[in-house]
Design a protein around this ligand. Structure first.
Ligand SMILES: [Mg+2]
Length: 269
C-alpha cells in the first residue's frame, strides 16, 4: 500500500517538543512517527537550533525514535547514518559560501544597525558563526519593532532576509530556510511535496508551511496567529491541541484522509 505521507518535517520547540510537559514529546506522536518510519516514511526535525542544541534536546527528551534528517539553524542539512548525523556535503557547502558572501556585504553596516537597536531597546545583540547579527529582544513587542527596522534594511541588500522566532532574530540568505531545506531533502529522497507534511508554530516555520513544499500543513493550537492564518489560507490542519499533541492529531487527520481517498470512499465526517 502506498503511504499518503512519505516525508514529515516537524519544527522542534513548541511543535514537536514542549519543555514543561512530561514527556516533552507525547508518546502517541512518537508511536505514530515510528510506525510511519517502519513503513518507509522519513522524518526530519527542522529547527532553528544548532546541531549541538538539537542533539541535546533529543537526548533530554528521551525519544524512542530518531529523525532521519535534521535541518539546523533553519538551513543546514544533516542525515542520520548509523549512530551519527552527517552533513549533506554539497548543500551545506553552498549554503556556507552563500552566507559568507552575503555577510561580507552586511558587515560594514553592522555598527549602524547595532546603534539603532541599542538607542531604542534593551536587547541582547551578538555575533555567532551563523549571523553577524543575532538578537534576543526583551519581549515580542520589541522584537516586532526591531524586525520591521531590519526588514527595511534588507530591502537594500539583495538576498538578505531576517529570520524571526519568538524574541530571537538573525540574518540569513533568502535561498536558505526551512522550506528550501525541506525541498532539498525531498529532492534527495525522491519524495514530492504531494507526500510531504510540515508542522510548525512560529514565524521561522512560515517558509516550510507552504503548499509549494508540503501539501499537508499542520499548526498546533499554540502556533502564533500568523502561522495559523497561513496554514488556514492553504486549507491546512489547525489543531485545538497544543505542541506535539496537535501534531499527532494533524498526522492522524492526513493519514485518514489519504486512506479514504485511496479506498475510493467519500464520507461526510
Ligand atoms: Mg517553534
Amino acid at each position: 500500500m502506498s503511504l499518503p505521507i512519505k516525508l514529515i518535517s516537524t519544527d522542534f520547540d513548541g511543535t514537536l517538543h514542549a519543555d514543561f510537559e512530561t514527556p516533552p514529546v507525547p508518546h502517541d506522536l512518537q508511536e505514530l512517527i515510528g510506525d510511519l518510519q517502519r513503513q518507509g516514511a522519513k522524518w526530519a526535525i527542522n529547527t532553528g537550533r544548532d546541531l549541538t542544541g538539537v542533539m541535546e534536546g533529543i537526548a533530554r527528551a528521551r525519544l524512542t525514535i530518531r529523525p532521519d534528517y535534521l535541518v539546523v539553524v533553519e538551513r543546514e542539512i544533516y542525515i542520520h547514518e548509523g549512530s551519527q548525523y552527517v552533513g549533506s556535503e554539497i548543500w551545506n557547502r553552498e549554503c556556507a559560501d552563500a552566507h559568507k558572501e552575503l555577510f561580507a556585504r552586511v558587515l560594514p553596516d553592522m555598527p549602524q544597525i547595532v546603534d539603532w537597536v541599542n538607542q531604542r531597546f534593551a536587547a541582547t545583540i551578538y555575533e555567532d558563526p551563523y549571523s553577524p547579527f543575532c538578537l534576543i529582544a526583551q519581549n515580542n513587542g520589541d522584537a516586532d519593532a526591531i524586525q520591521a527596522y531590519l526588514e527595511t534594511y534588507c530591502t537594500q541588500v539583495p538576498n538578505l532576509a531576517v529570520v524571526r522566532n519568538d524574541i530571537y532574530a538573525r540574518f540569513s540568505h533568502v535561498a536558505y530556510n526551512k522550506g528550501t531545506a525541506l525541498a532539498e531533502i525531498g529532492r534527495q529522497l525522491g519524495i514530492s511535496k504531494e507526500h510531504t507534511l510540515a508542522a510548525g508554530d512560529h514565524l521561522n516555520d512560515l517558509p516550510m508551511l507552504n503548499v509549494n513544499f508540503a501539501r499537508c500543513l499542520v499548526a498546533p493550537d499554540n502556533a502564533v496567529p500568523l502561522v495559523k492564518e497561513q496554514v488556514k489560507r492553504q486549507n491546512g490542519y489547525i489543531s485545538h491541541q497544543p505542541w506535539g499533541h496537535g501534531v499527532a492529531r494533524g498526522l492522524e487527520f492526513y493519514l485518514e484522509q489519504g486512506l479514504v481517498s485511496s479506498e475510493g470512499q467519500t464520507n461526510g465526517t
